[in-house]
Ligand binder design. Structure first.
Ligand SMILES: NCCCC[C@H](N)C(=O)NCC(=O)O
Length: 517
């Protein structure tokens, strides 16, 4: 078989990255829809009369289908129907759910409190039924295109799109809604619709790739190894494996302390630390926007030149050029910060915008830590460190009252949110055989949804309980609801130690670099 005969669409790197962008639309928009309500919590109280418990109920019920096996059913469907049909069906369910929530928020099903709440929930249940399966479809599709190429990088970038969706949804929903809930929900739902159109475009290339690969295998007589189908006996075998059990439970406790927290973080910053939720005036937006675009473009041009300069052979072998380059980069960065300082100050004063820095930061930190785990290992130890940072973060945001310590708390939460996923997900691939990975991830996500359900709802209900008698609009006390999350951090540390100990016995090499296995 000559190389020319073997060439398919996936052998072109431009094609692979273009496919990743088409696919990542679904990741971006579903993460946006999952998290955008966080920036609107106060408004949902004042405009729609939703209590914290009702806010929590909306979020919690998003997970309900996944708690009862939707991810596993979706995985089985994906195996049976293939990427295209599964993506369209589950992406379509997410769009339908988004549309129902948007119509409900606009008063289409009735403008009384009960109709709005119930129909937003119906929409969220449908959306949630599609959400996790869409993530599985995206992962499977990335493997299809990137196996043998930059697979880990492609997965990290896809996850980056998801985090960007979370960050932008949290930061911008209030501005998009212009002070109302309904336009922000409509916008978020429209994004999933647009992403589904991007996925439909993707399917054209997917069909072409399948045809090319079939032609190649028909000619060569090669038969691919089929993935093993899901069996309940696999689940039992997985759960009996101590390392898997500990990492799956860690996934529950760790994410329970992060995802639900992020939904309440803007409201916490406003209520506890006096952050603002005021919208800027139109004139100010234009001024900041032009300043930010101008400064960012100058900075980008500097970097394009720097990169061009760096790729010229031998430029970096000279110590003096290296020093000049580093000083230039530092001066450009200081200049950038100077121009952006007003915008940063306003950004860091706003509850939703500051909270959005948590997922935004992970886009930079996760690949750095992922690279560290690949090269140096220490995955179990990094999970211990991530859990420690989680405890510090939640203590600084609950019992301590200092806004500067709170900024450090948010920073350490961002680092923990990058460290643990970067160490956790590749570790599962060391513990579980490749043809059982689908079952392993589906099991972990299912358990994770149980934790999310409990804490999405629990934090809201606890918030109402400890703030009984405090009228709407008055600051709420978040101490106890966030202190509960410190407990999740302690359980996470305990599980990380158990995992490290079990790994020493079972020899999966979680502390070793990836390429040594
Ligand atoms: N934000 C909702 C999507 C969750 C997707 C999935 N269950 C998950 O946990 N992915 C890993 C991650 O760190 O986002």
């Amino acid at each position: 078989m000559t190389e020319t005969l073997k060439r398919t669409l996936r052998d072109s790197s431009a094609m692979r990255w273009a496919m990743l962008i088409l696919l990542s639309g679904l990741t971006f928009s579903t993460y946006w829809f999952q998290d955008f309500f966080s920036g609107l919590k106060g408004l949902m109280g004042s405009e729609m009369g939703f209590s914290s418990e009702e806010f929590g109920r909306i979020l919690a019920l998003t997970t309900i289908a996944n708690m009862f096996g939707m991810i596993i059913i979706g995985g089985i469907m994906l195996d049976k129907w293939g990427i295209r049909v599964a993506g369209i069906v589950f992406g379509g369910i997410a769009v339908l759910g988004g549309a129902i929530s948007a119509l409900a928020a606009s008063g289409f099903f009735g403008s009384d409190h009960g109709s709005m709440l119930n129909m937003i929930i119906v929409g969220r249940i449908l959306f949630g039924s599609g959400l996790e399966v869409v993530c599985v479809v995206a992962t499977r599709t990335i493997v299809k295109w990137f196996k043998g190429y930059d697979l880990a990088l492609a997965m990290a970038i896809n996850m980056g799109f998801g985090r960007l969706g979370s960050a932008m949804g949290t930061a911008l929903s209030l501005d998009i809604g212009g002070g109302h809930v309904s336009p922000a929900v409509t916008f978020a739902a429209t994004l999933i619709g647009l992403a589904l159109i991007m996925f439909l475009i993707y399917t054209v290339f997917d069909i072409k790739l399948d045809k090319q690969e079939k032609a190649i295998s028909d000619k060569s007589g090669e038969v691919c190894d089929p993935e093993e189908d899901f069996k309940f006996s696999d689940l039992i075998t997985l759960i009996k494996n101590k390392s898997f059990l500990y990492i799956a439970l860690l996934c529950v406790t760790f994410y329970a302390a992060i995802f639900p927290f992020m939904q309440y973080a803007p409201d916490l910053l406003i209520n506890k630390f006096g952050f603002t939720q005021n919208l800027p005036q139109a004139g100010e937006v234009i001024l900041w926007g032009s300043k930010a675009i101008g400064a960012s473009s100058i900075y980008l041009i500097f970097f394009l030149f720097a990169i061009l300069f760096a790729v010229v052979p031998n430029n970096f072998e000279n110590k003096k050029t290296r020093f000049l380059f580093k000083s230039g980069a530092l001066i450009a960065f200081c200049f950038y910060l100077f121009v952006m300082k007003d915008i940063l100050a306003i950004w860091l004063d706003n509850g939703a915008k500051t909270a959005s820095l948590i997922p935004l930061g992970t886009i930079i930190f996760t690949p750095i830590f992922g690279n560290y785990v690949d090269k140096k290992g220490k995955a179990a130890s990094l999970m211990i460190l991530g859990s420690l940072l989680l405890i510090f973060a939640h203590i600084s945001l609950s019992i301590l009252d200092n806004v500067y310590i709170a900024y450090f708390g948010l920073l350490s939460l961002g680092v923990a949110f990058s460290l643990v996923p970067a160490a956790m997900w590749p570790s599962v691939a060391k513990i579980v055989a490749e043809n059982r990975l689908g079952t392993a991830y589906a099991t972990m996500f299912t358990l994770q949804n149980w934790g999310l359900f409990l804490f999405f709802w629990g934090i809201g209900a606890l918030l109402d309980f400890v703030n009984q008698g405090i009228p709407e609009g008055q600051p709420k006390d978040y101490t106890i609801p966030i202190l509960v999350l410190v407990g999740c951090g302690f359980i996470s540390i305990f599980l990380s130690f158990l995992l490290k100990k079990a790994d020493r016995k079972q020899n999966y090499g979680l502390e070793l670099p990836s390429n040594s296995n």
